[in-house]
Design a binder for this molecule. Structure first.
Ligand code: DAH
Length: 339
């Protein structure tokens, strides 16, 4: 019996010392000390031992058990210490390393220009509104006095979702949404993205932004339009800026005009920036066509209004003297950081 116990002990100790994980140790504990373990089976075979020898054998089994348990415990602690030490070594923090810099984003030139435009018009009592980018033909064309066979439709070729729904070619449709709300007077600007089937080059993009503007009230005249847009130009490009209105045609305004501002580089003398013109075109505008008012339920005998549309990219390019529109869409941080 003693030999059997010694053998169990030797084997157990060897296994314990050779094991390198907590799982293995536990396995050994179960195999030897557990209910069905080797040592327990020795106790079970006590019935074969002579009654007078039983206490002695019992004592021996208990001694072996304690010894194994002690070694198990000791080995476990040693292993845990070694693991903790290894972990500490692996987790060393070098406090002298330079900190990781958080890359902070930057406002896009378009955004800066838009915020400037919004600031100016909000200062004049305008509301900033938005309209849908995916639009019905009615709002983009029809209600703006551009019927199905109008040549302006060809000029503003765009992306159709189906025959009746398209990506808007201009923000002017927001005028119609605002008029349909039925609340007068209207004094709004509507910035937003619009789309045209244009090839990408330095001055064209299939998608860019406009800021639409509209005022509808009693007794609104072309003088209001001129005064408002002249003030806008001064705020945007400097107090010395002069404006010039050239007759133009837009189906939804009558009369219509394009507005030029004196070149803010040369003050109007003519330079490379304004291609020797002294003037730079910045927007389209006009008095809202009576038919357009009427289609949206506003009586043109009682109310009148003016409207305008500014290309946002055009303003950003001019203000920051950027010579290629594509730069605005590439989102190269080295470019964006400059503004
Ligand atoms: N929607 C016009 C365009 O895309 C710009 C424009 C011109 C808007 C005159 C207006 C306006 O509101 O009155 O070219």
């Amino acid at each position: 019996m003693k030999e059997k116990l010694d053998q169990i002990k030797e084997q157990a100790l060897a296994q314990i010392l050779a094991s390198d994980t907590a799982e293995k140790l536990n396995e050994i504990r179960v195999n030897i000390l557990g209910k069905k373990g080797e040592l327990t089976s020795v106790l079970k075979s006590m019935k074969d031992v002579a009654p007078e020898d039983r206490p002695k054998v019992g004592q021996m089994v208990n001694d072996v058990r304690s010894e194994i348990e002690a070694v198990l415990e000791e080995h476990k602690t040693k292993m845990e210490n070694a693991m903790r030490e290894a972990r500490m070594k692996a987790e060393v923090i070098d406090v002298t390393l330079p900190a990781k810099k958080a890359e902070i984003g930057h406002r896009h030139p378009n955004t800066i220009a838009l915020e400037e435009i919004e600031r100016i018009f909000i200062g004049m009592g305008y509301e900033v509104v938005e309209g849908p980018e995916v639009e019905k033909d009615y709002y983009n064309f029809e209600a703006l006095n551009i019927p199905a066979d109008h040549p302006a439709k060809d000029e503003q070729d765009t992306f159709y979702v189906n025959g009746d729904i398209l990506l808007r070619t201009q923000t002017s449709g927001v005028q119609v949404h605002e008029m349909e709300k039925g609340t007068l007077p209207i004094r709004m600007i509507a910035p937003g993205r619009m789309f045209r089937a244009d090839e990408v080059d330095a001055t064209h993009s299939p998608s860019f932004h406009q800021v639409e503007g509209m005022v509808v009230d009693k007794n609104i005249t072309f003088a209001d339009l001129k005064g408002t847009l002249a003030e806008f130009a001064k705020e945007l490009f400097g107090a010395d800026t002069k404006v010039k209105f050239r007759p133009h045609h837009f189906p939804f305004t009558e009369p219509s005009a394009e507005m030029d501002v004196t070149c803010f580089k040369c003050g109007g003398k003519g330079c490379r920036f304004c291609k020797g013109e002294g003037w730079i075109e910045i927007l389209g505008c006009g008095m809202v066509h009576p038919h357009v008012l009427e289609m949206s339920g506003i009586d043109p005998n009682e109310y009148s209004g003016f409207a305008f549309g500014v290309g946002l990219e055009r303003i950003a390019l001019l203000k920051y003297e950027i010579d290629d529109m594509r730069l605005l869409y590439e989102n190269d941080i080295r470019f964006l950081k400059q503004f």
